[in-house]
Design a protein around this ligand. Structure first.
Ligand SMILES: O=C(CO)[C@@H](O)[C@H](O)COP(=O)(O)O
Ligand SMILES: [Fe+2]
Length: 220
């Protein structure tokens, strides 16, 4: 069954708790939290304090996407704040096995993410160790960008490796996801769809989530 992870980057930050409860009632599976440092990506968002503040407002797993340099320095703080998944960019991790282990040692599920221009081969040798593979379908930094369709081939490639090696990680996609692009991704093997503007910029979030999941065509 396809999962949906609304990205709070497109929510109203002045009422985050209410926004999160709205998408939880609307059928969200995870809450996606975009952490940006102004170095790895050209934008600055939130830190562990906000993760800690939103944690009591939902029962859903918090899916924390770290777009930061030196993630090892901050992983313990995000885990302590209540992150369920912590996902790091391969591009920021010279010692990727060590970083993935650090996430697990801190009690969170471990994810790895690559940018659209990074080949899947860069994460092939870490796949045995992760709970989640996030394939960016835009260049990270902002909500509301256009889906990069070349990434679809990469979803297929990672899904094929997963099947051949009988691994259990989830494949998540992030950026420019709407009804049309969701279907391309789930057909290629994606299980979890991150959607920011396609959910939070709509008046009826429940309806928006339903439309994306139905368009993805794997509702059961
Ligand atoms: O990580 C990011 C952006 O860097 C995302 O999670 C965005 O928040 C997705 O927003 P939409 O493209 O769905 O509006
Ligand atoms: Fe994200």
């Amino acid at each position: 069954m396809t999962k949906i992870a609304p990205s709070i980057l497109s929510a109203d930050f002045s009422r985050l708790g209410i926004e999160i409860q709205d998408v939880e009632r609307g059928g969200a599976d995870y809450i996606h939290v975009d952490v940006m440092d102004g170095h790895f990506v050209p934008n600055i968002t939130i830190g562990p304090l906000i993760v800690e503040s939103i944690r009591p407002h939902t029962e859903l797993p918090l899916d924390v996407h770290l777009m930061i340099e030196n993630p090892d320095h901050y992983i313990p703080a995000f885990a302590e704040a209540g992150a369920s998944f912590i996902t790091v960019h391969q591009e920021t991790c010279p010692h990727l096995h060590r970083t993935i282990q650090l996430i697990k040692d801190n009690g969170a599920k471990a994810g790895v993410v690559i940018n659209p221009a990074t080949p899947a081969e860069m994460i092939r040798d870490i796949l045995n160790e992760v709970d989640l593979v996030l394939l960016m379908t835009v260049n990270p930094g902002f909500g509301g960008q256009t889906f990069i369709s070349e990434v679809v081939k990469k979803i297929e490639q990672v899904a094929e490796w997963r099947e051949k090696r009988q691994l259990l990680f989830e494949i998540e996609v992030d950026g420019g996801i709407n009804g049309d692009t969701a279907k391309l991704c789930t057909n290629a093997g994606a299980d979890v769809l991150v959607a920011g503007s396609a959910v939070f910029k709509q008046a009826d979030r429940k309806q928006a989530i339903r439309e994306i999941v139905q368009a993805a065509g794997k509702a059961d």
